[in-house]
Design a protein around this ligand. Structure first.
Ligand code: GDP
Ligand code: IMO
Ligand code: MG
Length: 437
């Protein structure tokens, strides 16, 4: 199933599972065709890996367009920014000879800042939970920073340049947290003055990069520039559409673009859902197709399934079609990039979950509120494949059969197939991505 797509100006990269689908790799590739690459939600809980000519770059907060020197990378206002991580990442990119200046990297003045208090609260809260209640957060302060944004007392990037404003904001956010730190958790925390000095200094570093990114993108779109929106995490980690409460604290699906970066006067023309040919998850929460078997261990090992942010081992399972169908609907996906096909090469047994049994009924798609810890996954065995690509660089017939099956079940076409971590290990279904036209 392949549909020709007329030219498109805007495209979104959306993780369609529980994160780590290969968004960084796909964004890096597509950024060669983009004028702007925009992060719109999440923070440095993300870990996006790019490998070009054997050289590995892991990005947590900077958009994966940064390696394409011609394009402008934008951190939109929906992102929560840890200024220390931002500085470290910029410094290490510059040390690796990547061009990073105030001209090709822009940070929204309106993004919310992750402070030490947010990190401490995130980590301490998680530690205090019993093992079955632990979300398994990345401990980067993401949840508490979004909480303060919603309760209208967040520190914005624009606040970093004035110590009086910083003082006022930090007093407000510490007011209740202080009680928790002192009385409930009994932990040490930095004084307001220490935090003002640290953040102010980091603000001076960030100053050359800041911009009104909403107006920047508005102008870019009106000038017909090509804009690629890079999602972090995945649909099943979305605060509203995900497997609540085992989710992150932002809208990781398509809606996050409209609230977290703005796309004035436009729609997203193409929404590329990134799927692994199997499923992984880091952290807690139900996982219907999880494999605690030697095959699972093999996939984990061959796919190098370790978190790019925390180094934790990722849980591994078969492809889960009821989740896939739901992600297509929840994020309005128009096409699929299927990644890590190579990891399944040579397996003697290949299965996919085509439906769930739940409450005495069969479902081919999940829905919000379905208790995934109570579903029985129904599997079917599918023909395994020996190789993805033949010696002429074409997809093998076996790989094509697997891809056709995924398309048929998802109801949308596969337009990209990744078969290795390198930028070039990517097959494009010819003339189907409008963004490349
Ligand atoms: P992201 O968070 O969605 O950007 O994904 P991560 O970078 O956290 O995890 C994906 C991992 O798989 C990274 O180590 C990539 O280098 C690697 N990767 C991406 N695509 C492929 C692929 O098609 N095959 C293999 N073997 N590895 C891939
Ligand atoms: P990328 O962009 C995979 C998971 C955490 C935890 C839950 C909440 O690399 O795909 P948080 O720190 O956000 O409050 O943690 O979400 N999580 C991710 N899992 N990939 C990610 O990002 C993730 N970002 C957060 O493991 O279960
Ligand atoms: Mg990742």
């Amino acid at each position: 199933m392949s549909t020709n797509q007329s030219q498109s100006q805007t495209m979104a990269i959306i993780g369609a599972q529980w994160g780590d689908e290969g968004k960084g790799k796909i964004t890096d590739f597509l950024s060669q065709y983009a004028d702007y690459v925009v992060r719109f939600q999440g923070g440095n809980n993300a870990g996006h890996t790019i490998i070009v000519d054997g050289k590995k770059t892991v990005l947590h907060i900077i958009p994966s367009g940064i390696l394409s020197g011609h394009c402008i990378s934008v951190i939109g206002h929906g992102v929560v920014l840890d200024p220390e991580v931002f500085k470290k990442e910029v410094d290490s990119l510059i040390a690796a000879d990547v061009k990073v200046t105030g001209a090709n990297l822009k940070v929204s003045l309106n993004a919310n800042v992750i402070t030490r208090y947010h990190q401490l609260l995130d980590q301490t809260r998680e530690n205090a939970k019993s093992s079955e209640k632990k979300i398994g957060t990345t401990g980067r302060g993401i949840g508490p920073t979004y909480e303060d944004r919603t309760s209208r007392r967040g520190v914005k990037v624009a606040d970093l340049f004035n110590k009086d404003i910083l003082k006022e904001k930090l007093e407000l956010i510490l007011q209740e947290k202080e009680v928790l730190f002192k009385e409930l958790y009994k932990i040490e925390y930095p004084s307001i003055n220490e935090e003002i000095e640290r953040l102010y200094e980091l603000g001076q570093y960030i100053f050359p990069f800041v911009a009104d990114t909403f107006s920047l993108l508005d102008k870019a779109l009106s000038e017909n520039k090509k804009v690629l929106y890079e999602g972090a995490q995945g649909v099943l980690l979305d605060i509203d559409y995900g497997t609540y409460p085992f989710v992150t604290s932002s809208n990781t699906s398509i809606g996050g673009i409209y609230t977290g970066a703005g796309i004035p006067g436009h729609n997203v023309d193409e929404v590329l859902g990134i799927f692994k040919a199997y499923t992984t998850r880091v952290g807690g929460g139900p996982f219907p197709t999880e494999l605690n078997t030697p095959i699972g261990a093999h996939i984990q090992d061959k796919g190098k399934e370790f978190g790019a942010t925390t180094g934790r081992q990722r849980r591994v399972g078969w492809l889960d079609v009821p989740l896939l169908r739901y992600a297509v609907k929840a994020s309005n996906l128009t096409a699929i990039a299927l990644t890590k096909m190579d990891v399944l090469e040579d397996l003697e047994e290949l299965q996919i979950c085509y439906a769930y049994e739940y409450d005495g009924k069969e479902y081919d798609q999940t829905f919000p509120g379905m208790d995934l810890s109570k579903v029985k996954p129904l599997f079917k065995t599918v023909p395994p494949f020996k190789k993805i690509m033949d010696d002429q660089g074409k997809l093998t017939d076996d790989a094509i059969s697997y891809i056709r099956m995924v398309e048929q079940m998802a109801g949308i076409p596969v337009k990209m197939v990744a078969y290795g971590p390198e930028r070039q290990q990517l097959h494009l279904v010819e003339n189907t991505l409008g963004f490349l036209n």
